[in-house]
Design a protein around this ligand. Structure first.
Ligand code: AMP
Length: 515
């Protein structure tokens, strides 16, 4: 089959040919004729299958008739992340080169003003993340009553990210007569419900078994002890071990904070690495992605949200620094490699506590995954120190002091050999706590002595001028006493039976005073 057999316009077919594509992918061959005919489509397909063109090409064909009006976009494409939205825009530019389409991208992290100006001029194609789109709608800058085609892409990802209420709201704001093209890699019940509610007699197009993994990807599990630095070392060894076979790789972490930490650690160890996560501003994300795509950057450390659906054509390796918590993420992550029939390798670092997640993954993909060098049960119990690091809030405070001991220069917390150069707030190390407690002892002794000294002086000159007020050297000690409910006078001294100073009489007390 060729592209000119799908019902696409001549100008669109010519743009596709210029892009170098001659044969439609299965999702394109199945979905495009129905989409061109104006039918609702439910496409079950992962990224990498050519699904973007499966909705972009028929949309451009249908947009040839009619014109955009101010603030009334003709089509709306909802994407879960900014990167995906930007990627779809690139597709419209590529395949719409023979058309004069007004395209607007409404994504977070970019100023509202620019986006509003574009809306004002009239938009054929509006590509948006749900939150930003609703912000514009609520500001009254956008009317959805002119939308003829609605695309909901990566619906299962929208679900993971909590966008479903927004999607439902948006669907209700768009005329019922619209055409809806709906894509999802998997079909959990919430998504099925959504399609039943908002699609009308859709044509179902499924290109591969939901949540299957490609056969051209070598998958391996790699055991590691559970501490961050052990995992980082395991990763470094893996990267080195792969040598020249590794041309570029995406390294997935479960949490944004770990993306930053791992990225800094890799850079510190002289790896050519960049990072991609949701807290980075849009420009930095795009620059990072661009550098990676163009091969200027070898390793990209990323979170699932930031990397989902990104079209990076040739990634030789995927590393799962963390076993994904959602089994479907495993499929998506390793799907970053082995694209378009190329071979790829994926390594998943597994610790003892990951067993549950690993089981879920194996169940989902319906196959076992080989261990590279023995499974986690071969990690000797003695090697695995799972004792939690002390947390600041739990440390025992030295008695008599309401503030936690401070780290002293003389007793720095032990630092990991590969700790990131910007170390996040580290819990106080046990060594420092011990040191601070020890330091406290002589201070307390001295404070008690001064207290007693004051008491003695007061006793010696009771009726005369009051004892000169001096700064209480141990105010926090008094605070503590009060908290304990035993308000003690400054001149009261509980002791071991020693009267006065005992042998510790200060020298000045011994000076003879002439009457
Ligand atoms: P997608 O699934 O939309 O993210 O597309 C994955 C990749 O396949 C992108 O790099 C597309 O440019 C590419 N692609 C799309 N259609 C075709 C086609 N018919 N033949 C070969 N590659 C394609």
């Amino acid at each position: 089959m060729t592209f000119d057999q799908l019902g696409l316009s001549r100008k669109v077919v010519s743009a596709v040919a210029d892009a170098g594509y001659t044969i439609p992918t299965p999702i394109q061959a199945d979905a495009i004729p129905h989409a061109v005919a104006g039918k609702d489509v439910l496409g079950i397909a992962q990224t990498g299958t050519g699904k973007t063109a499966a909705f972009v090409l028929p949309m451009i064909t249908r947009l040839e008739k009619g014109r955009a009006r101010a603030r009334m976009p003709r089509t709306l494409i909802l994407e879960p992340t900014r990167e995906l939205a930007a990627q779809v825009e690139e597709n419209f530019v590529k395949y719409g080169k023979n058309h004069r389409l007004n395209i607007a991208l409404l994504i977070g992290g970019v100023s509202f003003d620019e986006q509003e100006k574009k809306l004002e001029r009239g938009v054929d194609v509006l590509i948006a993340t749900p939150g930003r789109m609703l912000d514009h709608f609520e500001r009254g800058k956008l009317l959805l009553t002119g939308v003829e085609i609605l695309v909901i892409d990566e619906a299962d990802r929208m679900l993971d990210m909590g966008f479903i209420p927004d999607i439902e709201r948006i669907c209700k704001l768009i005329p019922f007569t619209r055409q809806t093209l709906f894509f999802s890699a998997t079909m959990p019940p919430e998504i099925t419900k959504l399609t039943e509610q908002f699609l009308q007699a859709p044509v179902r197009v499924e290109v591969s078994k939901a949540a299957s993994t490609a056969t051209n990807i070598v998958q391996r599990l790699v055991k590691s002890k559970s501490k961050g630095w052990d995992k980082r070392e395991t990763l470094r060894n893996l990267i080195r071990q792969e040598g020249d076979d590794l041309t570029n790789a995406i390294i997935f972490c479960n949490r944004k904070v770990d993306v930053s930490e791992l990225f800094r650690s890799l850079v510190k160890h002289d790896f050519d690495a960049g990072a991609l996560h949701g807290d980075m501003d849009q420009r930095a994300r795009m620059a990072m992605l661009d550098g990676f795509r163009k091969g200027k950057l070898k390793l990209l450390v990323a979170s699932d949200v930031a990397a989902r659906g990104l079209d990076i054509p040739a990634v030789s390796h995927v590393f799962n620094f963390d076993v994904p918590i959602h089994a479907e993420d495993y499929v998506h992550r390793i799907g970053r490699t082995g694209r378009a029939g190329r071979s790829g390798k994926s390594f998943t670092i597994v610790t003892k506590s990951d067993a549950k997640y690993l089981d879920a993954i194996k169940k989902l993909i319906g196959q076992d995954i080989e261990w590279l060098d023995g499974d986690v049960s071969t990690i000797a119990h003695d090697d695995e120190d799972d004792s939690p690091r002390p947390r600041r809030g739990r440390e025992r405070k030295p008695r008599g002091d309401s503030k936690p001991p401070r780290k002293t220069r003389s007793a720095p917390a032990p630092v990991e050999d590969d700790a990131p150069s910007v170390v996040p707030a580290e819990p106080l190390a046990p060594a420092a706590v011990v040191e601070a407690v020890q330091e406290e002892k002589p201070q307390r002794k001295r404070r008690d002595a001064i207290k007693a000294e004051n008491a003695e002086r007061k006793a010696a000159q009771p009726e005369a001028a009051p004892a000169p007020r001096r700064e209480d050297p141990a105010p926090r000690r008094d605070d503590n006493d009060r908290r304990g409910g035993k308000r003690r006078g400054r001149d009261h001294d509980e002791g071991d039976g020693t009267i006065g100073f005992g042998d510790d009489m200060p020298a000045f007390m011994k000076i003879e005073v002439k009457a």
